[in-house]
Design a protein. Structure first.
Length: 140
């Protein structure tokens, strides 16, 4: 159902007010999706899942081992289907002209204090706290 002209104007005003109030939020929602689908892999996973379901049901009618095989095929297909949604590379991760990125070097020694740890060696909670601090500092 199409919006009337007055509704379109009101919507445009609301969008402009939101953009003025919180440009970071607008940028987050207006950007491209962070994931992309590999259609061939997803289609094969779907077919594999249906085939596994067929094996599962067929095994119930004939040989129970076939049901187990069908279940394994279904789980494997589901995992492949989930992993067919890959994160889209960002400019900081992607390289120019398709050149591979250099892997990050492993730390030479284990740091003693928590503040001395490099970012890739931090635990989950340390990373979350650092993100929280950065967000709080950006808002000030």
């Amino acid at each position: 159902m199409a919006l009337s002209e007055s509704e379109q104007r009101l919507l445009a005003q609301m969008e402009a007010a939101l953009a003025a109030e919180d440009p970071k939020l607008v940028k987050t929602f207006s950007g491209p999706s962070a994931r992309q689908l590999h259609p061939r892999r997803a289609a094969l996973a779907g077919l594999g899942f249906v085939a596994g379901l067929g094996l599962l049901i067929g095994g119930m009618l004939s040989w129970p081992g076939l049901s187990v095989l069908g279940f394994v095929v279904m789980v494997a297909s589901a995992v492949i289907g989930i992993y067919s949604w890959q994160p889209r590379p960002t400019e900081s991760i992607a390289t120019t002209k398709g050149a591979p990125t250099k892997p990050r070097p492993a730390p030479a020694t284990k740091p003693e204090a928590a503040g001395d740890r490099p970012e890739f060696g931090q635990g989950f909670m340390d990373r979350m706290e650092e993100r929280w601090r950065r967000r709080r500092d950006e808002d000030i």
